[in-house]
Design a protein around this ligand. Structure first.
Ligand code: GDP
Ligand code: MG
Length: 437
């Protein structure tokens, strides 16, 4: 399987301390092949590996990690980012919220309409109404009624009416009059994209102005899914994608391609025929699924945590011995940058926010701070007390900053050292832990 293949590819990297152009090439070729196997579009797979390569080269490899493992982590992070990064929710504004389903026949619209109604009813405390706008097959209306009965949700249909626009509009009126706060409109699909179907869904879309237009796609359709998604998006400018039939070991590479081409978030996945087989889409989990290597990723994450803890321990010793210098300050800045907002962190420690009151540390400020520290000699970094007026002028010049900025950093450093000493007492361990990971 994919995991074995990548294992083989990563084997090449073992024993190297740094990721280099040479040792990464074969591995990335294998990653690309793996993506193609998972139905990711060729161009997307190629661009993707090029981006990972750019990020990977020159990265130091942590002691507890094999370069190959670090590369896996990079690949996973990049995949996650590509698939949307964060979880995307459904817009439930509007009274009632109108949700329109679109997609080819057999993609799973009717099934998903039921699943979503059930999800909103049981998890979000909503009162949904299902609407049967697939007027071409009598069985389709019946199918939605069966689904509705299963989950205890009312289904609105007009078996004699052949105008889906009218049915949808009447359904919304019915919802308003009867206290339904979500209206889910199931529509007809064709086996392939055709003009008639597109015209019809466009007319329904225009008439009911849904808060959410969802494009439903069968994750097993591979490359075709991308073209279909593009065609529907051109007409509807839909809000999100539903990936169905992601049960078993379907890799779901289509998810990646669709996201790259239409740039719309994937909101839910369908993982079976039952009404409960619905999951919110987590980009990170999907990345792991495509790569088929959850274990390796968590191993990498653990190793990184270890690395951080080790750093934190070393730092603690230095502070205790009064040896905290600018190099350590630099390390801290890097740690903090990795973790996010310094103020938030400090705010969690009783007493610390007061000590940090005058210290402004913002992302932008980091750039100057790092430049200034880089312009200091090793001696200056370990014994900041020797930095006099003359040295300050030299440092400012070397780092392209002003003497005032150097002064300010010295002051910040002073406050931070004091605070860290203070933190050595009870409660200090927490700060170290937070800073270290
Ligand atoms: P529609 O034509 O777009 O309305 O598609 P349907 O909802 O009728 O689904 C077509 C077929 O796919 C049905 O047999 C469903 O039971 C099946 N189906 C839908 N979603 C899923 C899913 O997530 N997993 C599996 N295994 N089957 C699904
Ligand atoms: Mg249907």
């Amino acid at each position: 399987n994919l995991s074995d293949k990548l294992d083989k590819a990563f084997h090449i990297l073992k024993g190297h301390g740094k990721i280099t152009e040479v040792n990464v090439a074969d591995t990335l070729k294998e990653v690309r092949r793996a993506l193609l196997d998972a139905d990711v579009n060729f161009k997307i797979a190629k661009d993707f590996t090029a981006r990972v390569k750019e990020k990977a080269i020159g990265q130091d490899v942590l002691t507890t990690l094999q370069p190959g493992q670090l590369l896996v982590k990079l690949v996973k992070d990049e995949l996650t980012e590509l698939m949307g990064g964060d979880v995307a929710g459904v817009n439930l504004s509007g009274n009632p919220t109108v949700i329109l389903m679109s997609g080819l026949q057999g993609s799973g619209k009717t099934t998903f309409s039921g699943k979503l109604a059930n999800f909103l009813k049981t998890k979000k405390n909503k009162k949904p109404l299902l609407v049967a706008c697939d007027i071409y097959r009598p069985a389709a209306i019946n199918q939605l009624h069966v689904v509705g009965d299963q989950i205890g949700v009312e289904v609105y249909s007009e078996p004699e009416n052949k105008n889906p626009v009218e049915i949808a509009q009447n359904a919304i009126k019915h919802a308003k009059a009867n206290g339904f706060n979500v209206v889910i409109v199931d529509t007809a699909g064709r086996l392939a994209v055709d003009q008639e179907m597109m015209d019809e869904i466009a007319r329904v879309h225009k008439a009911i102005q849904p808060q959410e237009t969802l494009f439903v796609v069968d994750s097993m359709t591979g490359q075709d899914a991308v073209n279909t998604a593009k065609a529907f998006n051109d007409i509807l400018n839909f809000d999100g994608v539903i990936l169905t039939k992601l049960d078993g070991d379907t890799r779901g590479g289509a998810a990646l391609s669709i996201k790259s081409i239409v740039n719309k978030p994937i909101k839910f996945v369908g993982t079976g025929e039952k009404m409960e087989a619905i999951d919110v889409f987590y980009p990170e989990r999907m990345a792991e699924r495509i790569l088929g290597m959850g274990d390796v990723v968590s191993l990498v994450e653990r190793a990184q945590e270890q690395f951080d803890e080790e750093e934190a321990r070393k730092l603690q010793k230095k502070i205790a011995k009064n040896e905290f210098g600018f190099d350590d300050f630099l390390t801290q800045i890097q740690q903090v940058k990795k973790m996010g907002n310094m103020k938030d962190l400090v705010g969690m420690i009783p007493g610390a926010s007061k000590a940090m009151k005058d210290v402004e540390i913002e992302d932008d400020a980091f750039k100057h701070i790092e430049a200034i520290i880089h312009s200091m000699t090793p001696g200056e970094r370990s014994k900041p007390a020797i930095i006099d007026v003359k040295r300050k002028a030299r440092i400012a010049k070397g780092s392209g900053t002003k003497v005032e900025q150097v002064n300010q950093l010295m002051k910040q450093f002073d406050q931070m050292s004091k605070m860290m000493k203070m933190m050595q007492g009870p409660g200090g361990k927490n700060l170290m832990k937070m800073m270290g990971g």
